[in-house]
Design a protein around this ligand. Structure first.
Ligand SMILES: Cc1cc2nc3c(=O)[nH]c(=O)nc-3n(C[C@H](O)[C@H](O)[C@H](O)COP(=O)(O)OP(=O)(O)OC[C@H]3O[C@@H](n4cnc5c(N)ncnc54)[C@H](O)[C@@H]3O)c2cc1C
Length: 323
């Protein structure tokens, strides 16, 4: 079995054990959260040894080259010498604006001390003073001077509650990332694209949609945004304006509870999508937001003919440990 050298001590891995699990089993309080390769909080660096490609999925190329990896999904086949990442991979950033987009969604803009080098739709991990960290998807475009996040207020939520009620413009945070593979890749400019999300799942989709247009995407782009009720929808006017200036883009806001109207669909978001587009062979799809929705839609898109390599998702998994 391979072993890991951490802080000058050797730890052997059990069969199929991740680096993170081995550290935790040995009583090392390694930072972690989702344990599914999503949140990026368990980022580490291999000073020596080859890291499996799976453990670097979604990391930026410069990080891959420097040996950064996600410990929770790293099951090495050879020995590794590893270090925690701490401050060296994070960027300082200043909160430049805080605007409510709906009763429970705050648009948070941050100006990073250096360019972040992200693709719209990827996510970053925000670290507050004291070390609390949470991931948020990037809704802005790479050339914009500030990054834009959409943060839903969670009852009792430590990061979202702070951003909604206490954080002030001018305050400093750290930003880790970007991570994730949910972004527009140029090259198939005539392919139909489906974007589906609920709640703040709109954040990455808003970024991806505008990034696709910026890259000159010519194929139809259909955005479906779901909420429980009308008040849960946001950026409605901005999206309608965007549709009116791009004939190949459509936007369908949908609510679970409410009255059907010309400009509003009613029903579960997956039903609304498949009523309109039952067959999706040859399409590309992006699904973001609620983990249950992401999981079930991913399967349904595949069953409707979308190739699995054309399905990009980001599940907004809650953090699982106190940090
Ligand atoms: C890849 C990724 C991208 C993400 N992008 C976004 C984004 O763009 N916008 C956004 O708003 N969030 C996003 N999230 C979720 C975000 O990281 C936090 O989990 C969320 O803001 C709650 O953190 P908190 O500190 O406020 O709540 P916590 O203090 O962690 O939790 C407080 C309580 O609320 C519960 N809880 C946590 N999350 C939820 C939830 N979603 N629904 C119901 N109960 C919950 C917890 O179990 C706990 O009991 C993303 C998550 C991931 C992994």
């Amino acid at each position: 079995m391979p072993s890991i050298n951490y802080d000058g001590r050797l730890y052997s891995l059990d069969e199929n054990e991740s680096v993170l699990d081995a550290l935790l089993r040995n009583g090392i309080n390694a930072p972690h959260s989702c344990k599914a390769g999503n949140c990026g909080f368990c980022l580490m660096r291999a000073a020596e040894g080859a890291v499996p490609a799976r453990a670097q999925t979604g990391l930026k190329d410069s990080w891959k080259a420097q040996g950064y990896f996600l410990a929770c999904v790293c099951r090495p086949e050879n020995d590794l010498a590893i270090t925690t990442v701490g401050e060296d991979a994070s960027l300082g950033a200043t909160i430049t604006s805080l605007d409510l987009l709906s009763s429970d969604v705050m648009r948070v803009r941050l100006h990073c001390d250096a360019p972040l080098g992200f693709r719209s739709g990827q996510y970053v991990t925000i670290v507050r003073e004291g070390g609390l960290s949470r991931s948020y998807s990037v809704a802005s475009l790479p050339h914009e001077s500030d990054i834009e996040l959409h943060v839903r207020k969670i009852h009792g939520g430590r990061m979202s509650g702070w951003l909604h009620t206490e954080a002030k413009v001018g305050e400093r945070v750290s930003v880790l990332g970007p991570s994730g593979e949910c972004f527009y890749g140029p090259g198939k400019e005539d392919q139909p694209i489906l974007l589906v999300g609920t709640g703040t799942g709109l954040a990455p989709l808003y970024g991806i949609l505008r990034d696709a247009l910026r890259h000159g995407h010519r194929g139809p782009i259909h955005l479906f945004h779901g909420a429980l009720h009308k008040g849960g929808l946001y950026l409605v006017e901005e999206l309608r304006r965007l549709v009116s200036s791009h004939g190949h883009v459509s936007y369908t806001p949908a609510v679970l509870n409410g009255e059907e109207a010309d400009d509003l669909a009613v029903g579960a978001i997956d039903q609304v999508v498949f009523r309109r587009f039952p067959k999706l062979s040859g399409w590309r799809g992006y699904v973001c937001g609620d983990p249950g929705l992401v999981q079930s839609l991913k399967k349904k898109l595949f069953l409707s003919g979308m190739a699995s390599r054309e399905i990009f998702t980001d599940a907004f998994l809650p953090a699982t440990q106190r940090s």
